[in-house]
Write a protein that binds this ligand. Structure first.
Ligand SMILES: NC(=O)c1ccc[n+]([C@@H]2O[C@H](COP(=O)([O-])OP(=O)(O)OC[C@H]3O[C@@H](n4cnc5c(N)ncnc54)[C@H](OP(=O)(O)O)[C@@H]3O)[C@@H](O)[C@H]2O)c1
Length: 217
C-alpha cells in the first residue's frame, strides 16, 4: 500500500499504457516548456529526435501556440513529425551543422527553447540553434554522460542551461488538466508483453521506434 498523495488521477479517456507515458516523458517536457520555460504563444521550440520526450514536446508546444522545429536521423520519421504539426524538420544525420540550419529557419535569431535530450554530442549544436538569452532544457544524455561544452559560446549567447529531473505532483496535475483540455494523446510506437521484455529493449536499441514503447504487465 502506498499513500494516496503518491498518485494523481490519470487523464480521462487514457488507457493504462497511455497513462504510463506521462510520469516521466510527459511530465519532464511539460516542466521544461511550461514551468522552467514559461512558454508563450508564438515562441519557437526545437525538439531533438523522435523519442517519447521530444514527441510530447512537439505536441504540447503546438497546443500552446508555439512554432516547432524538429530533427530526426530518418526522413520517414521527419514526415511523421510534420504530420504531427512540426513547422520545420531537419535530418541531423544528413546535416551535422543542424544548429546553423535551425538559426537560418528563424531568420538568424535562434529558437527560444531547446528540448535537449542528446547531451554532450548535441549540446554544441543546440547552443548554436538557441537564441541569445534562450533556454536549453537539459533532459537527456543519449550521446554520453560527459563531454566538452562550448562554454564561451554559451556565455556569449547568454543562454540559460537548465538541467531537470521530472517534476512535482502539482505539476503533473496541471499537465493532466491541460491534456484533458487539449485532447493530446501520447504517440505509442508499440506494446510488448512482459515476457517479451528483451524484445522491447532490442526494439529501442534498434532506433526504429517513433514515440513510446510500452510493456504490458
Ligand atoms: N531528466 C528526466 O527526468 C528525463 C525524463 C525522461 C527521459 N529522460 C532522458 O531523455 C532522453 C530521451 O528519452 P526518450 O524516452 O525520449 O528516448 P527514446 O525514446 O529512446 O528516444 C531517443 C531518440 O533520440 C534520437 N537520437 C538518438 N541519437 C541522437 C542524436 N545524436 N542527436 C539527436 N537525436 C538523437 C533518436 O531519434 P531519431 O530516431 O528520430 O533520430 C531516438 O529515437 C533519454 O536519455 C532519457 O533517459 C530524462
Amino acid at each position: 500500500m502506498l499513500p494516496s498523495h503518491y498518485f494523481t488521477h490519470a487523464p480521462k479517456g487514457y488507457s493504462h499504457a497511455e497513462s504510463a507515458t506521462l510520469t516521466t516523458a510527459g511530465l519532464t517536457v511539460w516542466r521544461a516548456l511550461v514551468v522552467d520555460g514559461q512558454l508563450k504563444p508564438g515562441a519557437t521550440v526545437l525538439v531533438l529526435g523522435t523519442g517519447g520526450v521530444s514527441i510530447f514536446g512537439l505536441q504540447m508546444a503546438k497546443a500552446m501556440g508555439a512554432s516547432v522545429i524538429a530533427t530526426s536521423s530518418s526522413d520517414a520519421k521527419l514526415e511523421k513529425l510534420r504530420a504531427l504539426g512540426a513547422d520545420h524538420t531537419i535530418n541531423y544525420r544528413a546535416n551535422p551543422e543542424w544548429g546553423k540550419a535551425v538559426r537560418a529557419l528563424t531568420d538568424g535569431r535562434g529558437v527560444d527553447h531547446v528540448i535537449e535530450v542528446g547531451g554532450p554530442g548535441t549540446l554544441p549544436q543546440s547552443i548554436t540553434a538557441c537564441r541569445i538569452g534562450g533556454h536549453i532544457a537539459l533532459i537527456g544524455v543519449i550521446t554520453g554522460r560527459a563531454g566538452p561544452v562550448p562554454t564561451a559560446a554559451l556565455m556569449a549567447r547568454q543562454q540559460r542551461l537548465q538541467g531537470l529531473i521530472v517534476g512535482s505532483r502539482q505539476e503533473q496535475r496541471e499537465m493532466i488538466r491541460a491534456l484533458e483540455t487539449t485532447g493530446i494523446k501520447p504517440v505509442i510506437d508499440s506494446t510488448f508483453e512482459l515476457a517479451q521484455l528483451a524484445d522491447a529493449f532490442r526494439h529501442e536499441a534498434s532506433g526504429t521506434h517513433f514515440g513510446k514503447i510500452c510493456v504490458s504487465v
